[in-house]
Design a protein around this ligand. Structure first.
Ligand code: TUI
Length: 315
């Protein structure tokens, strides 16, 4: 009903990839999204190889469908994580915060498809020189570590610049966003914030509640002065960081305040002292639902958009 070339490329039913969110996207969530017809993705973040392997094995037990792992290329364990991905013959990896170039040839041996996440045209062009399957273009509306450009401006520019399928990320939380992304030249979407509130997501319930209670202007950017801006929900931590930035504190001091804070929010459930990373769409996520319900609603809403458009054209 709603196929694009991404579905054929990855062997999935719907053109929806789940964001590989560190400390949040476990094997359970990834398997649930894959079982619902999307591509579920385990977030490796800064975790050691053995921990990522455990999550991969969990996902393999829970689904026979294709799934992925997000490799955070700044992780101190990245080489071990790539060894595990090779050993487990993971079908797809998405990558963030760097260039996966040096790993690609080896991963091809076991059939792993590589999809880098990029925030700019220059980086998209650099990744396109390698044997990658597609590019995820992530706009500044996304949660976590972000680039400068908005999704609306980024997608068409990357789609024009590279001869690869483009997947849109950042600022998309429902079928209207999926339809818009396709109109801009994307072949699919990556969804983070809405999947945090999936029933199968094992993140601390306080984290989900913080997103459900968030309003339109609550997902703010902190740590801009460090050169590594992060989008997270307003709380005690963001107020502390903002105060330091106003006072012109050293980059090191501000970065120190952010260390380990995602774990504090996601695992311990301390949503005041921790970093509750979430996208600008947090205000659109108003309930907990199963991964299947989320994917179904995306598809039904996007179909509705195209049906309405089709009617308009024919009036
Ligand atoms: O990676 C993200 N978002 C993230 S990662 C994260 S967890 C984390 N934990 C500890 C330290 C750092 C992160 C939370 N949110 N988004 C994808 C993304 N990738 N955004 C920007 C980039 C990117 C940046 C530079 C991709 C490539 C790149 O290349 C640089 C180069 O020189 O090759």
């Amino acid at each position: 009903m709603f196929k694009t070339e991404l579905c054929d490329k990855l062997g999935i039913e719907y053109p929806i990839i789940q964001g590989g969110m560190a400390w949040i996207a476990t094997g359970e969530l990834a398997a649930a999204v894959s079982n619902a017809g999307g591509l579920g993705v385990i977030g490796a973040g800064n975790a050691p190889g053995e921990v990522v392997q455990e999550e991969i094995r969990k996902a393999k037990e829970l689904t026979d469908k294709p799934y992925g792992v997000n490799v955070m290329l700044l992780s101190p364990h990245v080489d071990d994580v790539v060894d595990v991905i090779y050993e487990e013959e993971v079908p797809v990896i998405t990558t963030g915060a760097g260039n996966p170039g040096k790993y690609i040839e080896r991963l091809k041996e076991v059939g792993t498809k590589v999809i880098p996440v990029v925030p700019s045209v220059a980086l998209a062009k650099r990744m396109a020189r390698f044997d990658v399957e597609a590019i995820i273009a992530e706009g500044t509306e996304a949660g976590g570590h972000i680039g400068e450009l908005a999704t609306m401006a980024l997608i068409p520019q990357i789609a024009d610049a590279v001869d690869l399928p483009v997947i849109a990320a950042g600022g998309i939380a429902d079928g209207r966003g999926l339809a818009a992304a396709l109109a801009l030249g994307a072949v699919g979407v990556q969804i983070g914030t809405r999947f945090v509130c999936a029933e199968e997501c094992t993140v601390h319930p306080n984290y989900k509640e913080a997103i459900i209670n968030a309003r339109d202007r609550d997902a703010i950017v902190t740590a801009r002065s460090t050169g590594h801006p992060v989008r997270n929900l307003k709380n005690k931590l963001t107020r502390q960081i903002e105060k330091l930035e106003r006072e012109g504190a050293d980059k090191e001091k501000i970065e120190e305040l952010g260390v380990d804070r995602l774990r504090v929010a996601a695992e311990e459930g301390d949503v005041e002292e921790g970093s509750v990373m979430a996208g600008q769409v947090a205000g659109m996520v108003n309930k907990e639902e199963s991964a299947e319900e989320i994917i179904k609603s995306f598809i039904e809403e996007a179909e509705e958009v195209f049906k309405e458009k089709y009617q308009l054209i024919n009036i």
